[in-house]
Design a protein. Sequence first.
Length: 682
Amino acid sequence: MDRTGHASTTAAEIALAAMRASVFGTDPMAPAPPVSPSIVAPTAPKAPVNASPHNGSKNPADLGDFLETAGLLEYDPEAISRIYAGHPQRLARRLRQTLIPIGLFLLGVGSDKLTGQLKQPERARARARECAELLAALGPAFIKAGQALSTRPDIVPPLLLEELAQLQDQLPGFDPELAMACIEEDLGAPVASLFAHLERNPISAASLGQVHRGILPNGQKVAVKVQRPGLREQITLDLYIVRNIAAWLNRRVRVIRSDLVGLIDELGRRVFEEMDYLNEAANAERFAALHAANPRIAVPAIYHETTSRRVLTMEWIDGVKLTNLDAVRNLGIDPNDMVQVGVDCSLQQLLEHGFFHADPHPGNLLALADGRLAYLDFGMMSTVSREARTGLIQAVVHLVNRNFSALSKDFVSLGFLGEEVNLEPIVPAFESVFGQAIEMGVSRMDFKAVTDDLSGVMYRFPFQVPPYYALIIRSLVTLEGIALSVDPDFKILGAAYPYFARRLMEDPDPQLRSSLREMLFDGDEFRWQRLENLLSSASLQQQLDLEGLLDQVIEFLFSANAGMLRRQLVDAVIAQMDGLAWRTTLQLGRRMPAGLLPPGLRQRQQLPDSLASEPLLDLEPVRQLATILRDLPNFEPRLLLRRLPRLLAEPDLRRMGVEVARGLAEKGVVRLVRDVLVAPAR
């Protein structure tokens, strides 16, 4: 190795090249050589779902059979440990394939650190890029692990995060003969009897499988996804290896705060779910049901007769990628409109249904000729609990209000920070990250820049990113990347704020009612401008439930939490009516002979600018509110008129009327004595 440390890079490259040639051959996902029967337990294999009892596979060494024989259909780290403890030959082979290049890479990084080379930004970035390339070369499980780490700023430094975010889930296709054999084995019939036509060459391929275009006997065009042979064995082995490495790192490397084993287990559960195409089929149908009322969203139908654990048959969707701007425009569609449809749907998934598509990359979002946005590939889905959805909205409220102390507590309740963590140093860190961005306004915040800055904070302090949040960030960052390719000035937070405003105004959840009050009040002062901004933003939502919104406003106005607001409204009405009455009195006094006026009123008529100093009837807030209501989609005055009986029946409204009358009477007596009958002191 020379003094620059460059020889280590060469060694790693040689090892990678050798590994590709010796392990993968011409196909980096080729299955391992046949296994000796003595290795496999003698119990009969479990029949796959929809499978023929006879093994019609043209590849008897399909390694998926080994795991089924061992009884492993779901991710279970303890069961995996037991299986490979009894089959050390399988483990040893994969260890040689993985640990040699990983070891060479780590030696190179260690050398760079000792010689000080790693402190140079160019060298550090080169090593980060080499790490991403190494993971891509090692296969699907390592690619998935790298993608998972790309959303974990609490574990990975920012420079490596950027490189891992570039990892693509794409690999060359595998032998079509193996794909046809897999279809026949899983579905228990010849391909020719299952499909009127099935193209042998795949139209696309990824780490878990490849897609073939086909036609069902009834003429329906379909896309048929077929899993890679031996995939389950390779991924299971890799997860077992990586999990043991993670356990060693957690024990030996003290600077690692996060539970790496838990991260790998979460990844394992998700990858096993992705490998079960029956699970993906169920996800697609659940997603379709949740968005059935949205006329702008399309989801391919699933054909269960030709779907199994390793074969997924779905409706063929003709569309173009959102990033292909010319093709989208040729359909007569505005790309910006399609992006907004995607943003609205993503927010609805995250904050309303709590079931969201965690991998909305350009290949999974298609613009259709009829103006709909089609979602594809439902292998990577995730859920967000009601409590977490509410907590995320509350965090946005605290962010908008610049209440960074409350925001730090939100991160505790959302699971980012432990109860024992001292929040005192984190509050100024949040202010440093968000303060200037908030000054610009939420709609103009640069989501990626803020996320990058927040990643630095999470790396410095004892944050642990919950799995659901990591997938949310992955989803939003991917979506923003698509949107930026359409509009370089796109701001996802600006596009999302109207939906957020609508949810905050409409949702009857008690916690969100409290958040709405917090946003609209500054101490005891009501922020009319905030209300106008929320209503204006909510009005941009095409799915705005106007009648529901008006009902929520009325319900909020007469709720226990809005007592201070009602008091302020009463005081405002009294002040405005008193000001109007006094101004009218002064103007009438100017038209009467001075001798007929009471002494106080007579002398006030002679004071300069007396009218200018008196309170005026300020109808501007009312006018602005009326304008906003008028501009709301489908607003009609009768919507308010229909609610008059409910308003008049409110006991609090009658009490407000009594308080206004009492207040005006008291003000009138004071005016009479102080301003009309008694002359002002000179």
